[in-house]
Design a binder for this molecule. Structure first.
Ligand SMILES: NC(=O)c1ccc[n+]([C@@H]2O[C@H](COP(=O)([O-])OP(=O)(O)OC[C@H]3O[C@@H](n4cnc5c(N)ncnc54)[C@H](OP(=O)(O)O)[C@@H]3O)[C@@H](O)[C@H]2O)c1
Length: 192
């Protein structure tokens, strides 16, 4: 029997966990959350521990606590360690933004399955693994009346094939489909 969870109108955020936070969009998002006090805390992940350490200092200037959680989403051991550290480091994660991504280009006269697998390991399988780690945290946060959400960063390349984007575009299209499936299932649990 499925259970419909009670609805909450709260926009309250505990920690937001941004995966792929060391540069670019993820870094900008982490600073946006801190600057505008959108969450009680920010957890930042990526492979580059040095960049995360300097970002933490910038975030904390805004008075928002920041937890650094270095991880490689394409590495099984790193994922296990991150899962353990996340549970120990913060009480609640109400939102996860799965932004880690990589892009490599392919020529149609040199189709490279190994490269495609490498891109999928980060953009698709890595994102799935992070969503699996995050879900119990989001459910726990939701039960404490926080607004729970999971965000995937795909790409507009999924709407229109682009030259040399064989591997990148396919990985992001797969990710978008996964996210849409998850959305259907999780809407009954009050997780956005
Ligand atoms: N920029 C665009 O025009 C654009 C357009 C459409 C979609 N996107 C998507 O938006 C997201 C962010 O892009 P961006 O332009 O900001 O790129 P970016 O500056 O290269 O940022 C990518 C982030 O992902 C992290 N990352 C990469 N591989 C990882 C791994 N194996 N494990 C953990 N973290 C990993 C990187 O950190 P480390 O290297 O430190 O691990 C970095 O923090 C990506 O998913 C990208 O595909 C970007």
């Amino acid at each position: 029997m499925s259970t419909v969870k009670k609805q909450t109108n709260s926009n309250k955020q505990s920690n937001v966990w941004i995966v792929g936070a060391s540069t670019g969009i993820g870094r900008a998002l982490a600073l946006h959350y801190a600057k505008n006090s959108l969450s009680d805390g920010v957890v930042i992940s990526a492979r580059s521990a040095d960049k995360l350490a300097s970002l933490k200092a910038e975030i904390e200037k805004f008075g928002t606590p920041c937890t650094v959680l270095p991880m490689d989403v394409s590495d099984a051991k790193s994922l296990v360690q991150a899962e353990e550290h996340l549970s120990n480091a913060v009480d609640h994660v109400s939102s996860v933004i799965i932004n880690a991504g990589t892009c490599e280009y392919m020529d149609s006269n040199d189709i490279d399955p190994a490269m495609a697998r490498r891109v999928f390991e980060t953009n698709y399988f890595g994102a799935l693994a992070v969503s699996k780690i995050a879900l119990p945290h989001l459910r726990a946060a939701r039960d404490k009346e926080y607004s729970a959400s999971m965000v995937f960063v795909s790409s507009s390349v999924t709407y229109q094939a682009l030259p040399r984007a064989h591997a990148y575009g396919a990985s992001k299209a797969a990710l978008r489909y996964f996210a849409e499936c998850l959305k259907i299932d999780l809407q009954h649990e009050n997780i956005n």
